[in-house]
Design a protein around this ligand. Sequence first.
Ligand code: GLY
Length: 366
Amino acid sequence: MESVIWVNLPQQAYEIAIAGSGLAQLGAGMTNLNLGKKVLVVSNPTIFRHYGQEAIASLKSAGFDVTSLTLPAGERYKTLNSVQKIYNAALENRLERSSTLVAVGGGVIGDMTGFAAATWLRGINFVQVPTTLLSMVDAAIGGKTGVNHPQGKNLIGAFHQPRLVLIDPEVLKTLPMREFRAGMAEVIKYGIIWDAELFEQMERSPHLDSLRLDSSLLQQILTRSCQAKADVVGKDEKEAGLRAILNYGHTIGHAVESLTGYRVVNHGEAVAIGMVAAGQIAVNLQMWDKTDAQRQDALIQKAGLPTQLPAGLDIEAIIDTLQTDKKVKAGKVRFVLPTQIGAVTVTDQVPSDVIRTVLRQMSTCS
Ligand code: GLY
């Protein structure tokens, strides 16, 4: 099974190739892109142990001159210090303007490698080989790269589009179940914001976890999710408007993640909680049908994701944290709210009392 989705942008177009045994095709996939010979593969130790040699062998057999670097995984390592290590390796290996950084890993590796590629020699080529469901359907597509500042997530960054995104669904077999579920939150997000058929397909499926998902359904879920992301990014590369809908569930989700120190819930779980909250806000404002909100919450539950706030989280602290979100514009918090399954709207007209009421309903201590 193989799908190819194009991300069509004003300055360039690139392919998202989704293919079983895709890793073995990495070198061949890069040969037609008019890249220089030198390639630096950046990965994390676990992923590199599983897939590094296969990726390198494929690149070498296509004639590339390959070196590699591993960096620790995890949000707390997504720093300028780690990017400095990529620069050091680029210098040591004499990477040139025509050279390529290949990220083989999840969102953290992809974001840091992309940022290094955006800035080294004012911009070199970049290829994404995402290895988590979350990075396959979201982070690896669309050119958002960057690192965290001690005061906030992704505050330092640049738009730098990859030349190719290569997705090999087979690598998901080594992904921990909790990480797979986190990715499913973003897939459900696409169902709500863009693709009602994807949503219904998941509703019809008896299971939504990686171990029991058949490979044909997984391929369809990946293809439709990547298509949704490619459509949105193709219409609004730099987030002047439409792209903000990709933040559905992220407003309250980010507040929950940051207030729990990025330790209690992972990103996908936070997005799931945020989608439940946004859905309830939309119902409260009479913008969304209650039955559709229940369908959303049921799907989130079926995917093994949380629908309630973590215990002990202070609701006023969440409301305060919303004010520091990147999405705040002129002091107003912007929410992405569903109007039907497959369509959303962006608004900054959500009264704090409505947020408070919804969060109280979702509180595990109430
Ligand atoms: N992950 C949101 C975006 O790419 O815009």
